[in-house]
Write a new protein. Sequence first.
Length: 188
Amino acid sequence: MNAPRLIVGLGNPGADYADTRHNAGFWFVDRLAFELKASLAPQAKFFGSVGRAGELYLLEPATFMNRSGQAVAALARFYRIEAAEILVVHDDLDLPPGSIRLKQGGGNGGHNGLKDIQSQLGTPDFWRLRLGIGHPGDRAEVANFVLKPPRREERELIDAALDRCLIAWPKLAAGDVAAAQRLLHVKP
């Protein structure tokens, strides 16, 4: 992995969505920005809030989940950031709360944010940091589930996973995928 130049947290803008499962990507970017002493500010030309720490850009799209690619593509094109230099942090229904997986490329698992980013970038070859939020057990309940806050015990597991992500950050920042995965891919 090249050292990432753009970290994108996926979520939906606004106070109504701030604590919902779908905003796990925003939760990570907020914590990373705090850790790196980078402040996020709205930038209309990038359709979201952007922060910078050295050569690293942080992005929280303000386009709502289904149009996340618009923000990612605008910033990536402007700063000439390749797909392989982008890390998208997002909620994942297929992983239990507290689980994390780091991978490059692949499908979108029905995640509309990933689907739009793949479409806008023209490739699935960006990196993903998948944050487990669990599954409601019924496909018909997925939309309702991701737009609700996690139960207290689930949020504690997700917060512990976010802590592990910050511990792994120096390895990710250096492009050392194997070392980062050893820290991230543990049972919660």
